[in-house]
Design a protein around this ligand. Structure first.
Ligand code: SAM
Length: 271
């Protein structure tokens, strides 16, 4: 797990985001969720997908929700903002959690949105703690998928809902590297949809909804071209989280989707 931790550990992340906001002429006392969107929702289709997941989850105000593998907390904050839930995010990366906490303070959301640096395989919470959970695009880095899902199951109250929005394998292998979650095959643990669904049920969950999202992912990456030379990077962007080869990684997403090497699903499951 160490190399995964160091992959998601950029230096000075929060200060670089602040620098980007300043360069874009943003007034730091009035920063919005939308201003941070280019850098804080690290998954396919960004805030559009998050809004669909919020609808699917149907969490109600004041529920206590867990966001497993929350990154720098963009979806954690959006979930709380749009539903009035209390949301706790956990992530393996200390640097992401540091940025998540400070960005949440910048937006003055710290009363409802909290973070912990922790592994999804060893959640620092008692059994039956949360009214709901979600996990957005982190299974790709998790070899022990049963352990991850059993931990979510353990900390949920009986009858609670969880939403997963996850990249899975597809008909063809191997995938092209690097991709946004892995520099090479040593960090990649994709499995096809069917076995993924089997692990979810083995962890104890009942699958209520299973939506195929691969077409939407394909549209999202359809215009990605092979990068040539050193083109400029935006002031705020996902390259700040995973490095300046972000454009190559995005281009490989397109190739992996077009060649049916990866797929994308969202699912609603019940404890
Ligand atoms: C592609 S990012 C998605 C982040 C966030 N869910 C979002 O959508 O913005 C994957 C995240 O999973 C986290 N992660 C990977 N393995 C983990 C583990 N075993 N426990 C906790 N977090 C993990 C990484 O640190 C990274 O922040």
């Amino acid at each position: 797990m160490k190399h995964i931790h160091s992959y998601y550990s950029p230096n000075n992340l929060y200060n670089n985001i602040i620098k980007g906001l300043n360069n874009l002429g943003k007034d730091l006392s009035k920063v919005t969720l939308g201003d941070l969107q280019p850098v804080d929702e690290f998954h396919i289709r960004g805030d559009m997908a998050t809004k669909e997941l919020i609808k699917l989850a149907n969490f109600t105000p004041n529920m206590n929700i867990l966001d497993v593998g929350c990154g720098v907390g963009g979806s954690t904050r959006r979930l709380s903002h749009e539903t009035g839930c209390h949301v706790t995010g956990i992530d393996l990366s200390d640097e992401y959690i540091d940025a998540a906490e400070r960005l949440t303070q910048l937006l003055n959301m710290q009363d409802r949105v909290k973070f912990n640096a922790a592994s999804a395989l060893d959640l620092p919470f008692e059994d039956n703690t949360f009214d709901g959970a979600w996990s957005i695009q982190m299974n790709m880095n998790v070899e022990d998928k049963l352990g991850w899902l059993q931990e979510i199951y353990r900390v949920l109250k009986p009858g609670a809902r969880a939403v997963l929005y996850e990249v899975c394998g597809n008909k063809n292998t191997p995938i092209y590297f690097p991709v946004p979650w892995a520099q090479d095959s040593s960090m990649n643990f994709l499995i096809p949809q069917e076995p993924f669904r089997d692990v979810i049920t083995s962890a104890g969950f009942k699958v209520e909804v299973w939506n195929e999202k691969t077409d939407l992912a394909q549209h999202a990456f359809a215009r990605m071209k092979k990068p040539e030379g050193d083109s400029a990077l935006p002031e705020l962007g996902l390259h700040m989280l995973i490095g300046n080869d972000f454009k190559v990684k995005s281009y490989n997403m397109r190739r992996n989707l077009d060649d049916e090497r990866i797929s994308l699903i969202e699912t609603l499951v019940i404890k």
